[in-house]
Write a protein that binds this ligand. Sequence first.
Ligand code: NAD
Length: 422
Amino acid sequence: MKEIKIAVIGLGYVGLPVAIAFANKYKVTGFDINNQRVIELNKYNDVTLEVSENSLKERLTNNLKITDEVRNIKESNIYIITVPTPIQKDKSPDLKPLLSASKMVGEVLSKGDIVIYESTVYPGCTEEECVPVLEKFSGLSFNTDFYCGYSPERINPGDKQHTIEKIIKVTSGSTPDIANKIDDLYSSIIKAGTHKAPTIKVAEAAKVIENAQRDINIAFVNELAKIFSIMDIDTTEVLNAASTKWNFLNFRPGLVGGHCIGVDPYYLADKSQKMGYTPKIILGGREVNDSMGLHVVNEITRLLVSVYGNLENKNILILGSTFKENCPDFRNTKVVDIISNLKLKNLNVDVFDPWVDKIDFEKEYNQKIFSEIPQKKYNAIILAVAHDTFKKIDLNDLMLDSNTVIYDIKSFYSKNLITKRL
Ligand SMILES: NC(=O)c1ccc[n+]([C@@H]2O[C@H](COP(=O)([O-])OP(=O)(O)OC[C@H]3O[C@@H](n4cnc5c(N)ncnc54)[C@H](O)[C@@H]3O)[C@@H](O)[C@H]2O)c1
């Protein structure tokens, strides 16, 4: 049997941990088009903070090579593609990274090779969109000369408990034999085990609905937060009470950002619409969740006016800017909806976040970030992201006076410390 040689294409939040996990057992070449990322990783520096310096050092001196040169992946026989799958301005799938990675792999593909996609897509994408590109640029025939698989990724950035080998992995392949091979490959590194789906389409659909389901459930509690705000009922208290029932689903309201939960439902919706059915709940959920930044700002301004009489010269501090807690990832963060809507009302906005790269954030969103807690006093403080370190902040130090509005989006602080929570 030929020695397994794996190439992982795209070394981001998903690809790097995948490459590291496989390098425990196999020869792995990690490839990324971002030269800066490749240089940093070769210096054992993972800016996503998913992989430690020691782990990188250990793998890079053994089984792992990290490169931005295509010739270095030519010898591989298994290609795992973990590139981004964002949406375009009109919210339709942007398959450019996926198709350009497929083209590149097509150009180096040899007979007998297997290409496994891990990026989140809609059902049908691998076989309808990626396979023709692989065929075109390799000159090889699908399921005769080369094969494909789809094994969606479930890792949760910033979560040091549910690491890659502890999460059951769904696998699939383009023929029954290849499905077994792919399943064996993942079983060899995933301690939690695998679930072999009957087809690639089933595996693709399973991933996209996992995230769509979360999105819809959060949309429901976000809608409740809007309703209960009008009724002057504390949503967290309602959810705490309801959660005592054995089958109540314990979701909490909040901003839904990032590149997964707020994006993937559009992949499913777009494909569904193209096939003649316009989803109602999925798109309705998206609309509710996308409206939460504005809702928060409406709440804050109402509270500010009620205590200060107007919105003139008011200073607001936002705690947190990332799309989720305890991680530096600010892609598609909805905190920017709060920032922009506050600015539209001519409020002065400061943002404190010790997790993010402030230069990158400012470049992306034109908003300065404080990496140290500002030595200023505020009319309103918004807890936007539940970074653990924010527990240490003494809110009194930041309050202008006893009227300062403290709004807690994440039910992070105890109720007696805040004015209102989402
Ligand atoms: N981050 C998550 O929590 C998560 C979880 C499950 C699934 N996913 C899915 O996994 C995929 C990757 O997500 P991510 O968070 O790792 O993205 P990412 O942006 O962190 O990383 C992607 C990497 O791919 C590189 N890249 C882009 N185009 C390339 C190309 N043509 N060739 C080689 N490299 C290329 C980028 O430079 C980047 O380093 C997406 O489909 C995402 O939806 C992400």
